[in-house]
Write a protein that binds this ligand. Structure first.
Ligand code: ATP
Ligand SMILES: Cc1cn([C@H]2C[C@H](O)[C@@H](COP(=O)(O)O)O2)c(=O)[nH]c1=O
Length: 189
């Protein structure tokens, strides 16, 4: 049966790097068919967010949810994958827009119809390390960067609430990959 893993974490925590390394490893060593996708997904919505800015957090929740609906719809047509790795999912809305002051219960409600992932891996690291890694950040709004410490706190709180698997993302890429593989093999396959 098709499994769904979400990778979450603050900007620069290494989600895209890990997602791609996992795909490579799981396809070559475990002969699984793996699809990697990322949010935000729709170029039209990305353009809209870039135009509107970061000042209206309620609107951001709604735009990211609209983007997610397009993403999930697209995913529902994929029938031949053993595993789908999501580089960000609805926990990003709870953490980022929650950090901007939006009511968490409301964000959860808006996102409640999306499929629940089988596993969430949280890449956790100090924000200074993450910021030093970021070069071409998407939505490079000052307000967003300022709220990253709060976003990290929100993620750690969500980790307890939803039983995320936490990986120390300040470690070397291969160590991060090794940790993630252990978690997946022990708990998913
Ligand atoms: N464990 C690691 N140690 C050192 N550098 C890393 C590590 N993982 C990723 N990087 C580097 O950090 C940068 C950001 O990585 P990546 O794009 O994978 O992060 P991300 O979490 O997907 O970021 P964003 O959320 O901003 O898209 C890249 O230059 C990548 O090569
Ligand atoms: C899905 C989602 C994303 N965000 C934020 C998090 C990041 O700062 C950017 C996406 O950039 P990335 O380079 O692709 O990671 O958008 C958010 O605030 N809320 C969300 O739901």
């Amino acid at each position: 049966m098709q499994k769904l893993i979400a990778i979450e974490g603050i900007d620069g925590s290494g989600k895209t790097t890990l997602a791609n390394l996992l795909k490579e490893h799981l396809e070559s060593k475990m002969k699984l068919n793996v699809i990697v996708t990322r949010e935000p997904f729709s170029e039209d919505i990305i353009k809209l967010i870039e135009k509107i800015g970061w000042n209206d957090p309620i609107l951001l929740v709604l735009l990211f949810a609209a983007d997610r609906e397009i993403h999930v719809n697209w995913l529902s047509k994929i029938k031949d994958a053993d595993l789908i790795i999501l580089d960000r999912y609805y926990f990003s809305s709870i953490a980022y827009q929650g950090a901007l002051g939006v009511d968490e219960q409301w964000i959860k409600m808006v996102n409640s119809y999306f499929p629940k992932p089988d596993m969430v891996i949280l890449l956790d690291l100090p924000i200074e390390v993450a910021i030093s890694r970021i070069k071409n950040d998407k939505f490079n709004f000052e307000e967003k960067i300022k709220s990253l410490a709060k976003v990290r706190e929100k993620y750690l709180k969500l980790a307890k609430e939803y039983n995320f698997y936490i990986v120390d993302a300040s470690k070397d890429k291969n160590e991060v990959l090794e940790q993630a593989i252990k978690i997946i093999q022990k708990n998913l396959f």
